[in-house]
Write a protein that binds this ligand. Structure first.
Ligand code: SF4
Ligand code: SF4
Length: 282
């Protein structure tokens, strides 16, 4: 998108937040303005819906991801492989310093992902495990409510995705996301060196767009691969170790539904009511 159009969108977006439309913009930020595909969390049974009693059975598709943390610990290097593959196919730039880091999928410590989990005695084993972090594709996503241009939205399958061309770089979505799942391009990922090669994208995937400076980005649940009936790249890589499960959580017969019913899982900050669609088997 050219700068003129981006600037126009920016002005339109900022006026919507700060100007005459302020009350409606505020309403947008309030919980419940994004249609949740299922108030029942991951279950088809109303009794175990993360403390909420759903009014009715879930309808439609709601994609979810379950990450088996111990399987990642047993398979050394698997988490790093998933991160590298995700970032390669999505042209995630590597600016070479933590300040400008762009992350779609990354490795975190337990205490950083689950600050609200307390242990009377610290479980040392748990705290050593490599936890993969990613956008939770929340069923009630505050980032979607915060975006003034609808650059980020929830797809019919429940994935929270972005139209990079509509992003005006206001970063309201970043402020709204309680999981640090979004990154901002402070520099241009398209910058080239003296030989005309991209400086920050080593192995360009021609099929996926590069972004420009001033754009937010994050995991898209591999929407482009799902469109071709392929699983998300990280899930494909983790499949041989059975370390990740992906599918429709509203389908009681799907593998992920069965896994979520039979294994103990936790979600990040469930008390916030965002209804994360990413689960950790621990
Ligand atoms: S984790 Fe953050 S970016 Fe992802 S859907 Fe939830 S609020 Fe939005
Ligand atoms: S679902 Fe796709 S975009 Fe998201 S972390 Fe996995 S590989 Fe990356």
């Amino acid at each position: 998108m050219d700068m003129k159009r981006r600037n126009l969108l920016k002005i339109a977006g900022m006026s919507a937040i700060a100007g005459v439309a302020a009350p409606s913009a505020l309403n947008l930020l309030m919980k419940g303005n994004v249609q949740a595909s299922s108030s029942a969390g991951h279950s088809d049974s109303p009794s175990d819906a993360h403390g909420e009693m759903p009014a009715e059975k879930p309808t439609g598709v709601r994609l979810g991801l379950a990450i088996d943390v111990k399987k990642f610990a047993e398979n050394k290097g698997l988490a790093e492989k998933c991160v590298a593959a995700c970032h390669q196919i999505h042209n995630v730039p590597d600016f070479g310093n933590p300040k400008d880091e762009i992350k779609w999928l990354w490795i975190e410590k337990f205490e950083n992902l689950f600050p609200d989990h307390s242990h009377y005695k610290k479980n040392e084993e748990l705290h050593q495990l490599p936890f993969l972090a990613v956008c939770n594709h929340c069923d009630d996503p505050p980032c979607v409510r915060a975006c003034p241009t609808k650059a980020t939205f929830k797809a019919a399958n429940g994935a929270v995705i972005m139209d990079f061309h509509r992003c005006i770089g206001c970063r309201f979505c970043m402020a709204a996301c309680p999981y640090g799942a979004r990154s901002f391009n402070w520099r241009s990922p398209r910058e080239k060196d003296a030989n005309g090669k991209l400086k920050f994208i080593k192995d360009l995937n021609e099929k996926f767009p590069t972004r420009m400076r001033g754009v937010v980005e994050k995991c898209n649940f591999c929407a482009e691969r799902l469109a071709e009936n392929l699983p998300p790249k990280c899930v494909e890589i983790a499949a041989s170790a059975q370390a990740m499960y992906f599918g429709d959580m509203n389908d009681p017969h799907s593998e992920i539904s069965k896994v979520l019913k039979t294994k103990f899982t936790i979600q990040r900050k469930p008390a916030l009511g965002t209804l994360p669609s990413v689960f950790y088997i621990i």
